[in-house]
Design a protein around this ligand. Structure first.
Ligand code: NAD
Ligand code: 6OD
Length: 500
């Protein structure tokens, strides 16, 4: 394998196709089958990534193991925290490059990426560098027959080599959300970003070197899932844990692949999230909040609301107000002034979303707005845009109301009482997130607790405190991350028992 760092410097802003290499032991390496990476706003190729083969994945595992067993694993905590802080600093210093890379891969509006994706990339490193500094440990004193007693205390050690498999919807945010705590705990990581969005992860490799993170602590392998880099990572005996964000059925495949080597697993999976709007809610706040929850990032957020239940007295007014919001969205190129709606990630994903648009119509939905593809008459017609879409009139049994669509679409149902709507909201195989909109505090507590989900927001959506538990119930996940929950997953606890 040769260093390819010089060739990886080409930038797409000038129209040049970038080459995205695997990153192993602190260096870009040549090798692997090239594959195209598309700009979803135009459908044009903007980068070529190289699919890691078994030799590259194995080299990444050896480099990572060497790092954990060497300097990184033994480094004083204060030094490790300082280096993680420097990673955050470098992301901020190279903000515009991260922004351009994320936008090239996803086509998302510049306003969204600059307020959400890139700042959270830096914040994830800062938060977990702080979290690791403020830990206590459990201690138990015990009696012994000789009356002198013993004391137990638990110490945290790195698990070792951690595989991070991330999706395409919020690439930098979701990848660093797992990399930062894994590194804070002294592990080394091998990241397999989505094949659709490899750019910001590749750029982070450069930043790791600039920040002084030792070689081998952060490695990147590109490629696909089954029969490719993803499967090679999940089956490798040298990888001790897999942290994964993506579709539920992919989680099931990873669980099976990881079973023979008994890896620790943490999964953040799909959702079909409900919102409940009571008649006493602040109407304008609910409409604005749910317009964001349904359409932000073109609905490609695992926490997005695809089912809205509205108390009957305000149902028609709510439907009309949300329709106005949907119709005010402006699809367009990411840097075009006024763009508020980006494309879907790929032609394939647009095909899937449009199948749901057709299904909803065939299931008898009333299409309040949308349901099609916008026409521009320019290069945007090569992109993967769809219209934001609202339906009403479907029964709870309709597939459109039960299956995750992952696009800018929601169904609105009227309800008449609290028990009925709580039962509907919970009648889902998923249990990721919910939101409740009400001015009645007692009801907020009561209904919030009754929701079968990992997170329930009241009068807000996607308001994140990174110290809180995050994850999904039912088919939406396995385990929790966030704050101390992340530290728990990324550490091996070892109990010391001292006879006094
Ligand atoms: P995906 O499951 O198709 O892919 C995610 C990652 O897994 C990619 O890197 C992919 O290459 C890899 N992969 C696929 N098959 C694999 C296999 N057999 N072995 C190893 N790796 C494999 O998901 P996606 O389409 O990228 O993302 C959208 C999905 O992710 C939606 O279902 C969404 O709800 C979910 N998601 C959940 C959360 C959450 O926090 N719960 C967050 C974001 C996205
Ligand atoms: O905010 C986060 O930490 C997080 N994991 C968000 C997930 C969003 C899903 O698309």
């Amino acid at each position: 394998m040769q260093s390819a760092s010089a060739r990886s410097q080409t930038r797409s802003s000038s129209g040049v196709v970038r080459h995205l290499y695997n990153f192993v032991g602190g260096a870009s390496v040549e090798g692997g089958r090239p594959f195209d990476v598309f700009d979803p706003a135009t459908g044009k190729v903007h980068a070529i990534a190289y699919e890691a083969d078994a030799a590259i994945v194995d080299a990444a595992v050896q480099a990572a193991r060497h790092a954990v067993e060497g300097d990184w694993g033994k480094m004083p905590l204060a030094t490790r925290r300082k280096l993680l802080g420097q990673v955050a600093d470098r992301i901020e210093e190279r903000f515009d490059e991260f922004l351009a890379a994320e936008i090239a891969d996803t086509g998302k509006p510049v306003d969204l990426a600059s307020h959400l994706d890139i700042p959270r990339g830096a914040a994830n490193f800062r938060v977990f560098a702080d979290t690791i500094a403020n830990l206590s440990t459990e201690t138990f004193e015990m009696d012994t027959p000789d009356g002198l007693g013993a004391i137990n205390y638990a110490v945290r050690k790195p698990i070792g080599v951690v595989g991070v498999i991330s999706p395409w919807n919020l690439p930098l945010l979701l990848m660093t959300w797992k990399v930062a705590p894994a590194l804070a705990c002294g592990n080394a990581v091998i990241v397999k970003p989505s094949e659709e969005t490899p750019s910001t992860t590749t750029l982070l490799g450069e930043v790791m070197n600039e920040a002084g993170i030792p070689p081998g602590v952060f490695n990147v392998i590109h490629g696909f899932g089954p029969g490719s880099a993803g499967e090679l990572l999940t089956t490798h005996p040298g990888v001790r844990a897999i942290t994964f964000t993506g579709e539920t059925r992919t989680g099931a495949a990873i669980m099976a692949a990881a079973a023979p080597t008994t890896k620790a697993l943490s999964f953040e999976l799909g959702g079909k999230n409900a919102a409940i709007v009571f008649a006493d809610a602040d109407f304008d706040a609910a409409v604005a909040g749910l317009a964001r929850a349904a359409f932000a990032n073109t609905g490609q957020v695992c926490l997005a609301t695809e089912r809205i239940y509205v108390e009957r007295p305000i149902f028609e007014r709510f439907v009309q107000a949300l329709k106005q919001r949907a119709e005010a969205l402006r699809p367009g190129l990411p840097y075009e002034p006024g763009t508020t709606l980006g494309p879907l990630i790929s032609a394939e994903h647009r095909g899937k979303v449009l199948e749901y648009y057709a299904l909803a119509a065939s299931e008898g939905a009333r299409v309040v707005t949308g349901g099609g593809v916008p026409k521009f008459g320019d290069e945007r017609d090569g992109g993967y845009f769809v219209e934001p879409t609202i339906w009403t009139g479907l029964p709870e049994t309709a597939r459109t109301v039960r299956e995750e669509i992952f696009g800018p679409a929601c169904h609105i149902t009227p309800f008449d009482n609290e028990n009925e709507v709580v039962a509907w909201a919970n009648d889902s195989p998923y249990g990721l997130a919910a939101s409740i909109w009400t001015s009645d505090l007692a009801r907020a507590h009561r209904v919030g607790r009754a929701m079968d989900v990992g997170i329930c927001w009241v009068n807000c959506w996607f308001l994140r405190d990174l110290r809180t538990p995050f994850g999904g119930a039912k088919l939406s996940g396995v385990g929790r991350e966030g704050g101390l929950h992340s530290i728990g997953f990324y550490s091996e606890l070892s109990n010391i028992c001292i006879k006094l």
